[in-house]
Write a protein that binds this ligand. Structure first.
Ligand code: GUN
Length: 318
């Protein structure tokens, strides 16, 4: 029987470390770490995710502010809100929930967030830091995936890791993090030919394709570690629905360890968001005032202190 990697328990443990870091922020002269969450429109799934993120903030001592904007919001209004949050010293993290409604250029919006407050790690400065291995804020789901993997793998050197999915949110950044650990990384996606033959040779499979039960038992070699990032709602024969991942977990008894859905990657994503927020707050104590507009932001970008990813809270590189 494969070991189930308990994402809920690991998220609870990370939240304890984050709560301690929030206290440290206060002891070092900060007030309360602050997270601003922006939701534009009425996407039901986004609504649930945002509510979960906001609810968890209180548990670890983060002050959260929710900005719900109608779907008719235009891009200029959204950019103005981001500018004002960039300039607000009580806000240490800014998250714009994706997807954004049609008509709003998501890249432009994400680029507007000050890199030091980009707790999603989606700003090109943070993406660049990740790709050069020079720290910065790391996207939450990939960060959580690495913590889950670290709980069962000590040494990645030479291991064959296969990532299914090439998204900016999961596939690309987790590939870079695995590469940083000196795994041999193969990035694949839903269009990759003979995908099952590639995954069958893997020691680690990260399935982030968003395709329910794509990964079957015969795709996985005995003893492999499987991380299931998928979360899809599918219909039961009786008309009810259930949440399933990208992996047919009931066929993976021969794996060494697997993450369940739900209760695997999901809780870690939120815990890493909280961790990134407190980390951004701590970093703000040793950095100049946040930028109020795009030209000022350029100054802070070159000033950004590199951070490395550790177990739990990311720590500044000495
Ligand atoms: N939508 C789906 N996943 C994410 C995420 O990690 N961050 C944001 N901002 N939006 C998302």
């Amino acid at each position: 029987m494969a070991e189930l990697i308990d994402g809920r328990a690991q998220a609870d443990a990370l939240n304890l470390r984050t709560a301690a870091a929030a206290v440290e922020f206060h002891q070092r002269g900060g007030d309360v770490p602050g997270l601003a969450v922006i939701l534009v429109g009425e996407d039901p799934a986004s609504d649930i995710y945002v509510r979960r993120k906001i609810n968890q903030c209180r548990k670890v001592g983060i002050h959260s502010a929710e900005h719900r904007l109608p779907a008719t919001t235009n891009q200029i209004e959204l950019l103005r809100l981001i500018d004002s949050l960039n300039g607000d010293p009580s806000v240490h993290g800014i998250l714009v929930q994706l997807p954004l409604p049609d008509g709003i250029d998501a890249a432009l919006v994400l680029d507007r967030i000050a890199p030091a407050k980009d707790v999603d790690g989606f700003h090109p400065v943070n993406v660049g830091r990740l790709s050069t291995g020079t720290g910065g804020l790391v996207p939450c789901t990939p960060l959580g995936i690495m913590m889950l993997l670290d709980s069962v793998i000590d040494d990645y050197r030479g291991l064959n890791a296969v990532v299914i999915g090439k998204s900016n949110i999961v596939g690309k950044p987790v590939s870079l993090l695995l590469l940083e650990r000196e795994a041999r990384v193969t990035v694949t996606h839903i269009e990759t030919r003979e995908l099952s033959e590639i995954t069958r040779k893997a020691d680690i499979v990260v399935a982030a394709a968003g395709a329910p039960h794509l990964v079957r038992g015969y795709w996985i070699k005995p003893g492999a570690v499987v991380i299931d990032v998928g979360i899809s709602r599918v219909a039961n024969p009786d008309g009810t629905t259930k949440i399933v991942g990208d992996c047919a977990t009931h066929e993976l008894d021969h794996a060494r360890a697997v993450t369940p859905v739900p209760g695997g990657v999901g809780p870690m994503t939120i815990a890493c968001l909280l961790s990134n927020t407190v980390q951004a707050a701590l970093q703000s104590l040793s950095q100049p005032d946040p930028p109020t507009n795009e030209s000022d932001a350029k100054v802070v970008r070159s000033d950004c202190t590199p951070m490395k990813v550790g177990q739990g809270i990311a720590t500044p590189v000495q």
